[in-house]
Design a binder for this molecule. Sequence first.
Ligand SMILES: Nc1ncnc2c1ncn2[C@@H]1O[C@H](COP(=O)(O)OP(=O)(O)O)[C@@H](O)[C@H]1O
Ligand SMILES: Cc1ncc(COP(=O)(O)O)c(C=O)c1O
Ligand SMILES: [Mg+2]
Length: 285
Amino acid sequence: MKHVLSIQSHVVYGHAGNSAAVFPMRRLGVEVWPVNTVQFSNHTQYGRWAGQPLEPSQITALVDGIAAIGELQRCDAVLSGYLGAPEQAAYVIEAVRKVRAANPQAVYLCDPVMGHPEKGCVVQPGIQQYLVEHMPAVADIMAPNHLELEKLAGREIDSLADALAACRDLIARGPKLVLVKHLDYAGKPADQFEMLVVSANEAWLGRRPLYPFDRQPVGVGDLTSGVFLARTLSGDDVKTAFEHTLAAVDAVMAATHAAGEYELQLVAAQDEIARPQRRFDAIAV
Ligand SMILES: Nc1ncnc2c1ncn2[C@@H]1O[C@H](COP(=O)(O)OP(=O)(O)O)[C@@H](O)[C@H]1O
Ligand SMILES: Cc1ncc(COP(=O)(O)O)c(C=O)c1O
Ligand SMILES: [Mg+2]
């Protein structure tokens, strides 16, 4: 059994952050230790929410608590996502350091959630800059979306070639693997959703159907990075983990669209998260 320390948001209603990633990872057979960076009533794209961030030093206090009961060396990976305050970021790095000291094999997947003002994804000021400056040196895997990759690269990405170059530049700064959870550029097939995964010596493009939602569901990125990490920990190679992620997330999107719901239908689609029926072949690029 693999164990993941997952440091992300929690929403009481609906699915984003840990509330989008924990159940799918467990459904994929991975034990998850959730640390909730915020507890909000709902995700921020509703435009209003109640709740508050976790006091930043609590992140390492909770990790120390696991170490104190002698269990931290069982941690195989740290996953971080939505942070509630810029001060939390340094404590995430401290948590990663403590986990690596307890288990030198542990991997750190950083989903650099930066917010998207146009979409209403609200992330506190200062978090983006911290992620750009500090996380590439610490993370083993980074999972940006298109916009986050642009911020990490410090330039616009207008083509697949641009995206590949940006991933390779990022790899030169630290991570061994970059999963672009959402790739968007002029010339991309209009009816397809694209993802990309890049290491120093391989790169795979993935395509799955784009569904015509009235309101775009939130939490897709969090689901994507969680599924990819869970499959990687279970022993998949990069291509296999990527193909499973494409198919599992597609199944959730298809179920959500078919139900006419705004919130991701993770419970309804749970069997397909574990064993998707459709297959999507990654394309070598
Ligand atoms: N198959 C799909 N069909 C339609 N929209 C999708 C599909 N998959 C994801 N999306 C939408 O694409 C967007 C991806 O969000 P973005 O912020 O770019 O990346 P991420 O969620 O990876 O952080 C979300 O609005 C999500 O609802
Ligand atoms: C509380 C919270 N967590 C996480 C996210 C990130 O969601 P996504 O996976 O769509 O990037 C959001 C986006 O609005 C959010 O409001
Ligand atoms: Mg995201």
